[in-house]
Design a protein around this ligand. Structure first.
Ligand code: SAM
Ligand code: DTB
Ligand code: SF4
Length: 366
């Protein structure tokens, strides 16, 4: 299939049954041999795989909002929001829905197709979930895809989020199984995998990736990707974050900067191991040159966060991103029309139902 024959609604296909030709039995040795290929060969293979499922000129754009910042009881050694570290991040309460909706409108006006809401919780309380479900319903009603990241979930909590019409749940495994205890001690990799299984069983699409540059080895990075690629179903979305330096965190003492080529190798590997997943060049773009970002797109990354903040740290502003995409002759993906016809009229909210406008949906190329 030629790239030009691919339509811009390809990610929508991932909601369907998994393709029988997707592999879920990758070994770390195989992944290491791919990773270590001569760079041009690795990129060539990743590009071949990329073109089978995606238009390489298109990039998905999502905007993040921290709806509950700081004061988190977990001890993730990389995070500005853990109450255990003195990072200067002030703890705040759950944001009022009106403010969240105003930010979602801004994200939509800026061209984002997905709005991701993050909360610094170990796991949400049921009372919190009432408010988050209302946010999901209202953001979805604007014609945006919804994603939340709230920490660990029980099956009934997943059911409530699914009932609110949630599209994606972000829950990262962050690193390899071996390196995990060096970064986080208040939960295990298996706790993470358990929530992911609940999310999957509840019919919500999975967004799961990790962080690079926390002092882990290349084998740890590869092992993290193999963990994702050997799940029963690959995550629909795989965010790869370059660690954003946070003064006051334990990772600050062990972090090593990751070069653009090393990062692009990882992107290419993710693309080859999980051909139909959207691979997001997630946190860390502020510290990357245009050329480094372009290299990641060539390696198969096809999603970015837009908007000048992530959760607590910076991101390139929309104008910069627009200029980069324009210079590369690339464009932002538009939402599949399927969403207009189906999801927006079939929401079964946490008890609320309303007429949902389907106008104002024009795609916007930054
Ligand atoms: N508390 C929830 C959780 O841990 O799943 C949601 C919020 S948490 C901030 C979401 C993800 O952000 C983490 O799993 C981690 O992968 C990423 N993250 C946090 N701090 C980061 C940093 N300094 N640099 C890069 N990624 C980071
Ligand atoms: C993901 O993988 N990266 C996002 C999102 N999922 C929630 C978060 C990045 C956070 C970067 C550090 C900060 O802004 O605090
Ligand atoms: Fe809390 Fe999530 Fe940060 Fe860990 S990554 S400290 S769980 S907000």
């Amino acid at each position: 299939m030629s790239p030009s024959s691919l339509s811009s609604d390809l990610p929508a296909k991932q909601a369907g049954a998994p393709r029988p030709d997707l592999r879920h039995d990758w070994t770390e040795a195989e992944a290491r041999s791919l990773h270590d290929l001569p760079f041009p060969e690795l990129l060539f293979r990743a590009q071949e795989v990329h073109r089978q499922s995606f238009n390489p000129a298109e990039i998905e754009t999502a905007t993040l909002l921290s709806i509950k910042t700081g004061g988190c009881p977990e001890d993730c050694g990389y995070c500005s929001q853990s109450a255990k570290w003195k990072t200067g991040v002030k703890a705040s309460k759950l944001m009022q829905i009106e403010r969240v909706l105003a930010e979602a409108r801004r994200a939509k006006a800026g061209g984002a197709t997905r709005f991701c809401m993050g909360a610094a919780w170990r796991s949400p309380k049921d009372r919190d979930l009432d408010a988050v479900c209302a946010m999901i319903e209202d953001v979805k009603a604007m014609g945006l895809e919804t994603c939340v990241t709230l920490g660990m979930l029980t099956p009934p909590q997943v059911e409530r989020l699914a009932g609110a019409g949630l599209d994606y749940y972000n829950h990262n495994i962050d690193t390899s199984r071996d390196f995990y205890p060096e970064i986080i001690t208040t939960r295990t990799m298996d706790d993470r995998l358990e929530t992911l299984a609940h999310v999957r069983a509840g019919g919500i699409k999975v967004c799961c990736g990790g962080i690079v540059g926390m002092g882990e080895s290349v084998d740890d990075r590869i092992s993290m990707l193999v963990t994702l690629a050997t799940l029963e179903r690959h995550p629909e979305s795989v965010p790869l974050n370059m660690w954003q330096k946070i003064e006051g965190t334990p990772v600050m003492r062990k972090a090593e900067p990751t070069g653009a080529i090393a990062f692009a190798r990882l992107v290419a590997l993710a693309r080859i191991l999980m051909p139909q997943s959207v691979v997001r060049l997630s946190a860390g773009r502020s510290a990357m040159s245009d050329e480094a970002q372009a290299l990641c797109f060539l390696a198969g990354a096809n999603s970015i966060f837009t908007g000048d903040v992530l959760l607590t740290t910076g991101n390139p502003d929309r104008d910069e991103d627009a200029k980069l995409l324009n210079e590369l002759g690339m464009r932002a993906m538009t939402l599949p029309s399927r969403l207009r016809d189906h999801d927006l009229t079939s929401l079964s909210h946490c008890g609320r139902r309303r007429a949902i406008p389907t106008d104002g949906f024009a795609s916007k190329t930054p």
